[in-house]
Design a protein around this ligand. Structure first.
Ligand code: CAA
Length: 397
């Protein structure tokens, strides 16, 4: 019985910042950001969006009918930028999505890796319960602070995936290799809204874990690089995927090396215009690869390398299924990216500092006025503000 991804969708908020503008404002060479780091644009998160709204706005694209909603037996919400220290983002999202009460709903965290853990839990659950479906949401905001080295690698968004025995996109193969190591490269203390990071150490750990897992994968499966059509990588910034892939390119001919660099460019395309979205990043890279790469067909094997600082990583493969491109075509990611409003650096800094982090602040977010003016899309979930220290979510009419 084949278990895999029936549907996949992406959402990112409607504001963006050009990395050339950011480089100029910070006194950096634009080429450092666009070539050295490999980021061209990043999504800017307004104060009426958070991991719940983004997750709901991604998942609602997959759940179009009452029957779709009724079929979901479990909601797994992966995030490292959750909205509450106790209550799961899944609980807020469940009601906003109109899911029934008789489901399991939970949040899981391990930096950028948790989305993959959720995916594997979903696969195992559906394998045991073939008539059921699991909704996986991977939603995050990458926030390092103004004028920090990490600023160029900010961003945010959510990827939602429906896992079932009707894998219209890809079968999740039973070939995972994984590794967990206690590392001090990236963390966010409970009293901080920004991540603390040793970016260079993190990069080294990412590269090392990729090699550990690649070698283990080859040993376990007997498969080699030419057995893959392409790879999706966790992309905190797009150069990271290149650093990982270049370590194994000498295993193939120069013609094949050029081929894999082309696949890498396809897998980086969307991420280059969104920035980091932590847990969702590797699955946005997957969507990018499946949409941008040429000549893929049902039966092709695609590798997925998931990494979360701190640190945990997993490498596995997907086998594409008939008609996967139709599912991807339904998601107009490019249209969503193009429709974002471009902000100046001054506007971005204002939005960055306007987040409603104080739960005693009862003032409304900008989303309330925008919804009243009809400037939010009908059906869009937004954070309206705090009431008695509780988060209020609404849906635009
Ligand atoms: N033209 C072209 N390239 C240039 C250039 C120019 N004018 N100037 C510099 N560069 C290149 C550098 O040579 C370097 O390339 P290599 O990495 O290939 O050597 C690249 O630009 C970056 O330069 P620096 O290393 O000097 O940049 P930095 O010190 O400002 O740090 C960073 C970069 C570590 C990514 C930093 O932005 C950061 O800390 N980001 C946040 C953390 C992060 O993303 N870590 C990555 C792995 S962690 C992870 O995966 C989990 C997660 O999601 C966070």
């Amino acid at each position: 019985m084949a278990v895999g991804i029936e549907g996949i969708s992406f959402y990112t908020p409607g504001y963006s910042l050009d990395m050339v503008d950011l480089a100029n404002a910070r006194g950096e060479e634009p080429d450092k950001f666009t070539i050295g780091i490999g980021q061209s644009v990043q999504t800017v998160i307004p104060n009426f969006e958070d991991v719940v709204t983004m997750g709901v706005n991604a998942a609602s694209k997959l759940l179009k009918s009452d029957a779709d909603r009724a079929a979901v037996e479990m909601l797994l919400f992966a995030s490292e930028s959750g909205v509450d220290n106790s209550k799961s983002g899944a609980m807020f999202a469940k009601d906003q999505l109109g899911l029934r009460d008789s489901i399991r709903a939970i949040e899981m965290k391990q930096a950028c890796y948790a989305g993959t853990f959720a995916l594997m839990q979903a696969k195992d659950f559906v394998t045991l319960h073939p008539d059921k479906k699991v909704l996986v949401i991977a939603s995050d905001i990458a926030r390092y602070g103004l004028k920090t080295p990490g600023e160029v690698t900010q961003g945010g968004g959510a990827v939602a995936m429906l896992i079932s025995t009707d894998p219209k996109v890809a079968v999740i193969n039973d070939d995972s290799v994984y590794e967990s190591k206690d590392e001090k490269d990236f963390w966010r203390p409970i009293d901080s809204d920004i991540a603390l990071v040793d970016g260079h150490l993190s990069t080294d750990i990412y590269k090392e874990m990729f090699m550990d897992l690649w070698n283990a994968y080859k040993k376990n499966t007997g498969l080699h690089l030419p057995d893959f059509k392409g790879f999706a990588f966790h992309l905190p910034y797009t150069k990271m995927g290149k650093k990982a892939l270049e370590q194994i390119l000498d295993e193939v001919t120069s013609t094949k090396q050029a081929y894999f660099m082309e696949q890498l460019a396809a897998s980086q395309f969307y991420n280059r215009y969104v920035g980091n979205l932590y847990t969702g990043s590797v699955y946005l890279s997957l969507m990018s690869l499946l949409k941008e790469a040429k000549g893929y067909q049902a039966g092709d094997r695609v590798g997925v390398f998931s990494f979360g600082s701190g640190a945990e990583a997993e490498l596995f493969s997907l086998t594409l299924t008939q008609g996967y491109e139709d599912v991807l075509a339904e998601q107009d990611v490019q249209g969503m990216l193009d429709a974002r409003m471009k902000l100046s650096v001054t506007e971005y800094e204002k939005v960055f500092e306007s987040q409603k982090l104080d739960s005693s602040d009862d003032s409304e977010t900008e989303g309330v006025a925008l919804a009243a003016e009809g400037k939010l899309a009908a059906g869009q979930c937004y954070f309206a503000g705090w009431k008695d220290h509780y988060r209020l979510y609404k849906t635009a009419k």
